[in-house]
Design a protein. Structure first.
Length: 131
């Protein structure tokens, strides 16, 4: 009777342990599935990270190249601005010369007109004297 009680108690323990073992096996398998999923996700993320690192390296190179090109263009702009300023000064000097020459030309035209009038008057007097 005591042995039967002990046997039944042991059977109950075994049944409990079997249930616990089955539950733990299910939980372990669920965790293994989670680990496998996490490993796949980690591998995918690592690949994506490496791809992004490559993109960043490419963009850094491109940025460096564009910065160099921008600086070269800035230097060209500075040179062109200086040239433009110089040419503007030269153009203004030439305009001043043209204005001076135009004024002198107008003065000479006036002298020619006066001389033409004088010559016409002299021709008229000579013609009158001869006639």
């Amino acid at each position: 009777s005591t042995l039967t009680s002990e046997l039944n108690a042991e059977k109950a323990k075994v049944a409990t342990l079997e249930t616990t073992s089955s539950t733990l096996t299910s939980e372990l398998n669920a965790e293994k599935t989670k680990v496998a999923t996490l490993e796949t996700t980690s591998s995918t993320l690592t690949s994506e990270l490496n791809a992004e690192k490559t993109k960043v390296a490419t963009l850094e190179t491109t940025s460096s190249t564009l910065t160099s090109e921008l600086n070269a263009e800035k230097a060209k702009v500075a040179t062109l601005e200086t040239t433009s300023s110089t040419l503007t000064s030269e153009l203004n000097a030439e305009k001043a010369k043209v204005a001076t020459l135009t004024s002198e030309l107008n003065g000479e035209k006036a002298k020619v007109a006066t001389l033409e009038t004088t010559v016409a008057d002299l021709v008229a007097r000579i013609t009158a004297l001869e006639g």
